[in-house]
Design a binder for this molecule. Structure first.
Ligand code: AMP
Ligand code: ZN
Length: 481
């Protein structure tokens, strides 16, 4: 068996062959740091992480590059709307860089809480304007640009393959399918490489360039930074499906327009997380953050578990019921693992060749090799821990191996559940129930400080209280922070 990935370029499953045997270079479009990431954005980053982890699990050495967009991303992808960063800075009464710094930190907090491994390189657009300018000069030297109204545009008529990723031919669609308000464009699909004059007279950050003082279009940063860290040709590029039509289509035109060579071999796109009501977006102002899920009593890993339960190319609908069911499944998984942990002798570093656990790992690997099928891989994990022929220590070694891909902290959570059960062994259930009753009375009497005190006292003993519509229930902690 070998790894097969669904390539948006060509819309088919394709055997993965890296440019250099054993090594993979991959670039994933990162966050625009003008606000908190919403849980839909975080799906894109859990997906990138799953890809990086899977490739490493399969033995590849991975260079994972992710950008941080801190300039130039307009509210419309098609060079329209306002700059998202500048809008937010104005609203908050801060500078663009202050806004960027604040939300970049918030982004790192989120990805850490979701167990997303830090990419090999994280790069900020504002640190790479020189590289962007040099790349635009190459595009210009190859005859792909024109100046109009003070801005420099990419002329898509000079790039015959334009639209291949999105499977569309701009000539077929020219007749008014998209309304473009920029009258400088010769073709509505042309796009800005460098702005000097635009509707934003008050653009916060500007740089000198051969085309005048101004700032880059949004798409160029990804071409420039990916080439900076991965070379002019590399293996994999990812993003959400919303990027296929414009952002990635334009990235390809600029990159290949500059180098004259094929840029990326495999394009992977994650489907959207949608709300019951429809699309989740930052700009609409209606979105859920990871912190909001935590405030509602969920562990970040419940959300990760929920995402892994769907294939990255299937749309997922968020609901509180599905989050609860993910939480319950993750808890029972950890509880079962805790029982295995209690029965396990020393866990071997590697599995003996004749271990029955190997078969489960082989199946798990085969599922991952089929376009990263995490739902099927999770069912192999469930099968493994129910297989009574597998000795407990070997089961744990196999779970640890699978968790390299899943990133659910399974071994640590099970160990911490075992430890907290031991510590709390001497609190009997009657004592817990009495404290819960006292807390309920305290709440009724509006004595919230006593109620909180009881919750914290129990938490220190490894007992987590949960308030439900039918009263307060308790369970042992599975390692919540
Ligand atoms: P942004 O910070 O808006 O530039 O988006 C960051 C990443 O999240 C991009 O790869 C988007 O394609 C992706 N994305 C945006 N919304 C969603 C969503 N609702 N579900 C999944 N991915 C999304
Ligand atoms: Zn990008």
């Amino acid at each position: 068996m070998s790894l097969e990935l669904y390539n948006t370029m060509g819309r088919s499953m394709q055997k993965f062959t890296p440019r250099t045997p054993g090594k993979v270079g991959f670039y994933g479009c990162g966050p625009t740091v003008y606000n908190y990431a919403h849980i839909g954005n975080l799906r894109a980053f859990v997906f990138q992480d799953t890809l990086a982890r899977s490739l490493r699990f399969l033995g590849y050495e991975v260079t994972h590059v992710m950008n941080v967009t801190d300039i130039g991303h307009l509210t419309g992808d098609n060079d329209d709307g306002e700059d998202k960063m500048v809008n937010q800075a104005r609203e908050k009464g801060q500078s663009v860089l202050e806004v960027a710094e604040f939300y970049t930190k918030a982004f790192f907090d989120d990805i850490d809480r979701l167990n997303i491994l830090r990419p090999t390189v994280m790069c900020k657009a504002t640190d790479h304007v020189d590289q962007m300018i040099r790349l635009i000069q190459r595009i210009e030297a190859n005859g792909h640009t024109y100046s109009a109204g003070g801005n420099l545009y990419f002329d898509i008529s000079t790039f015959p393959g334009y639209g291949a990723l999105a499977n569309f031919n701009p000539d077929d669609l020219k007749a008014g399918t998209r309304v473009d308000i920029d009258e400088n464009k010769r073709n509505p699909f042309d796009f800005v490489l460098w702005f000097t004059k635009s509707k934003f007279e008050n653009q916060a950050l500007v740089w000198d360039s051969p085309w005048g003082r101004g700032y880059p279009g949004w798409h160029i940063e990804c071409s420039a930074m990916s080439m900076e860290y991965l070379g002019e040709q590399f293996d994999i590029h990812t993003g959400g499906i919303d990027h296929i039509q414009i952002h990635h289509t334009n990235e390809i035109a600029q990159s290949e327009g500059a180098t004259g060579k094929k840029w990326v071999n495999y394009w992977l796109h994650n489907e959207f997380l949608v709300m019951d009501k429809g699309k989740m977006s930052k700009s609409s102002g209606e979105f859920l953050t990871l912190q909001y899920l935590i405030d509602k009593g969920f562990d970040p890993l419940d959300y990760r578990f929920f995402l892994l339960g769907g294939h990255y190319r299937s749309q997922l609908t968020f609901s509180w019921e599905s989050m609860e069911s993910a939480r319950n499944s993750r808890r029972s998984l950890v509880q079962r693992l805790a029982r295995i942990t209690e029965n396990a002798e020393a866990v071997p570093e590697s599995l003996p060749a004749n271990s029955p656990a190997n078969e489960w790992i082989d199946r798990f690997r085969a599922d991952i090799e089929q376009d990263l099928s995490t739902p099927r891989a999770l069912s192999q994990l469930q099968g493994l821990i129910r297989d009574t022929d597998v000795p407990p220590a070997e089961a744990l070694a196999a779970v640890a191996r699978m968790d390299q891909v899943l990133g659910l902290d399974l071994i640590e959570s099970a160990a911490s559940l075992v430890a907290s059960s031991k510590e709390t062994g001497d609190i009997d259930d009657g004592r817990i129930d009495a404290l819960i009753a006292e807390r309920t009375d305290a709440k009724k009497a509006k004595n919230f400080s006593r109620a909180d005190e009881i919750r914290n006292q129990l938490k220190e003993s490894g007992i987590i209280l949960e308030d439900t519509a039918s009263g307060t229930t308790w369970r042992r902690s599975i390692g919540e922070k």
